[in-house]
Design a binder for this molecule. Sequence first.
Ligand code: AMP
Length: 190
Amino acid sequence: MIMPKKILVVLGPAGSGKSTQIEFIKRDFGYKPLSMGDALREETKKKTRLSKEIQNYIVQGKLVPLELASDLMLGKIKKEMSSKLLLDGFPRELEQAVVFDYFLYSNDYQLVGVININVHKKECIKRLMLRKRKDDTETAITKRLEDYYTITKKVIERYKEKGKLMDINGNKPIEDVYKEIKRKLKKWKI
Ligand code: AMP
């Protein structure tokens, strides 16, 4: 019997420590990370009209348009040979989640679950100020956090209703956050 490919999603506000936790999950559970932000940053290096457009969204901390984000991420998933994928930062708005769910259903992927790392807004801002990424300006940070608490919130609610959500308390030291994730992932038998 052919087993469906498994997909895990990791969400959390900017500065929630997603990337660090994703590295731990990769190490222990063999899931291959695919980051939406990295994929978009990669696109901006191409020096095309589209890359300039993407760059504009990124510097403002705005979500890129639905079709662009979905085409890019779903295209990447399709090309992946790995049978276990870990999506970082996608889907981030309800419309993306609808497109994503349909894609999973029609391509026979199994959504194992959605991990949401909760961190207080103040703590996120503090951490982002220490990081030195180009789009970590005050305006972009404010916009990204605002979108997370309004737009991405709906994605989180959607997967909660489907019984697919794993809420994590990210207001703890990195190792403790991971302990909680690992314990819960083991229960999910991923
Ligand atoms: P990140 O690396 O996750 O902080 O994302 C950096 C930037 O990429 C965001 O501020 C958005 O401009 C864009 N981005 C990341 N994920 C998405 C997504 N799922 N949909 C639309 N835009 C995104």
